[in-house]
Design a protein around this ligand. Structure first.
Ligand code: PFF
Length: 459
């Protein structure tokens, strides 16, 4: 079939190694780093959480990141074709990952759009003194009937902008679109976010916030849920087992140092995550200080509520809050856009390779289709509820399942462990030993299997 003989010579390539590394960092550093990590760490043992977090990073995060890289770089395709090249029957696993990307992409875009709106609202602190009501009733207009198709223009317009941006960048291609976007957005994000964190550290009460964030609660380490939370955070945060890193690695030149760049990406992602923890908790310390209470008494410390209710509340109380708000929401937008584009490329490349069409056509089809579904589901008055459900299934169940199946299939069924390891070592300066196969083939599936069962039980 046409699919078995792709035009290899014409495969797109990153302009340089830095293009790939920045794009991979862009995918990893996303909403998860800013709104998920700080709250998860805090509620899972604070300072003590760093131990399971680091262990999860070293035993599963980095090894599976290497697996993604090895598959993409060796088989030079997005997930469906990459798995098909390993074994014909394995193609559905690729489509499963592409499907997950589709699902994550359509709601990720909605959250980026909210952050764009809130960037604008920061100018005049539009949310007033009841940000919770503002967010739910005035901005999202959640309400009766629960399911409806009434458009909410304030959400629809920024969402349309996000999708237009995705379309344009996709059409510009891997090197000139995605590479250049990250080349601008990632440094900008680092500058803006660092400014935000420094400002936060000078707020009264900031140190109490850091205290709450870092003071270890050692007893938490005895709780299996804390360990599960650590592995889950690492997976989502590094964008692994979604096929993203397979796709991105497939555009690397044949002689590219894969494992070393993986280490850079993992280190950068975790550093950003820690920085976000510091910034968010310094700000929450200020919030507690203003309310004359303890950080431990505060509510709404994670997810959309942290960003769109709790933060607006603090911002309104802060001298120079408008600027703080703009920095914060700009960070969310930049971090989100660079993750969303990786999702789009994953889906678009899957379609392109399956139907042997050119990337322009694939980019058009995929962004129009995903944009339409995304707008239909999330720009109406039932958007928030749809988002919650989708998020739960894709993140809590889908990704874990994908990681388990991927590692068991590649290592145990297709027996590609040795081949992939030799492949990585042939091009990389950081060599992976047999320990890698053990981590990916045994420890990974065991821990993840445990997670999955736990998740399904607590549904
Ligand atoms: N890693 C991103 C984050 O931390 O927000 C989220 C993400 C991006 C997940 C891309 C999956 C993905 F394919």
């Amino acid at each position: 079939t046409a699919m078995a003989q792709p035009a290899q010579e014409s495969r797109e390539q990153w302009n340089h190694q830095a293009g790939f590394i920045l794009a991979a960092i862009g995918s990893a550093v996303g909403l998860g780093n800013i709104w998920r990590f700080p709250g998860v760490a805090y509620s899972s043992g604070s300072g003590a959480f760093l131990i399971p977090y680091l262990i999860a990073l070293l035993t599963a995060g980095i090894p599976i990141l290497f697996l993604d890289y090895a598959i993409g770089h060796r088989f030079r395709a997005a997930p469906p074709l990459a798995f098909r090249r390993m074994a014909k029957w394995a193609e559905p696993l690729g489509w499963f990952q592409t499907g997950l990307l589709f699902v994550i992409g359509i709601y990720y875009a909605a959250v980026i759009a909210w952050a764009m709106s809130y960037f604008v609202f920061s100018f005049d602190l539009r949310w007033g003194d009841d940000p919770a009501t503002f967010f739910v009733s005035e901005y999202l207009q959640v309400g009766d009937p629960v399911v409806s198709t009434t458009p909410v223009w304030g959400v629809l317009i920024p969402m349309a902008l996000v999708w237009i941006l995705m379309l344009v960048v996709l059409l510009l291609g891997v090197a000139n679109g995605i590479g250049k976007l990250n080349m601008i957005f990632i440094p900008l994000l680092v500058v803006i976010f660092t400014a935000l964190v420094i400002r936060a550290l000078f707020l009264p009460g900031a140190l109490d916030g850091l205290d709450a964030f870092f003071t270890p609660d050692w007893a938490a380490l005895a709780d299996p849920n804390v360990w599960i939370a650590a592995y889950a955070q690492i997976f989502f945060s590094l964008s692994i087992a979604f096929g993203i890193m397979i796709t991105y690695a497939s555009y690397q030149r044949r002689k590219a140092n894969m494992t070393s760049s993986g280490l850079v990406v993992a280190f950068a992602n975790s550093s950003f995550e820690l920085l976000a923890g510091i910034g968010v908790f310094a700000t929450l310390g200020f919030m507690a200080h203003q309310a004359n209470t303890q950080v431990s008494e505060l509510e709404g410390l994670t997810g959309p509520i942290l960003s769109f209710v709790t933060f607006p509340k603090v911002i309104a109380e802060m001298p120079g809050g408008n600027i703080f708000g703009m920095l914060f929401f700009a960070s969310l937008v930049l971090a989100g856009v660079t993750s969303l584009i990786s999702i789009m490329q994953g889906v678009s490349a899957s379609v392109q390779e399956k139907f042997s069409i050119d990337r322009i056509k694939a980019g058009l089809i995929v962004s129009i289709l995903m944009g339409a579904v995304s707008l239909f589901l999330f720009s109406t008055t039932s958007g928030l509820i749809a988002l919650d459900t989708v998020d739960m299934w894709s993140n809590n169940i889908g990704i874990v399942l994908s990681a388990i199946v991927m590692s068991i299939l590649t290592i145990w069924i297709m027996r590609r462990g040795r081949e992939l390891r030799i492949h990585l070592n042939a091009v990389s300066t950081f060599k992976v030993g047999p320990w890698w196969t053990v981590l990916v083939g045994i420890l990974g599936p065991v821990v993840l299997g445990f997670m999955l069962v736990q998740r399904v039980i607590t549904l």
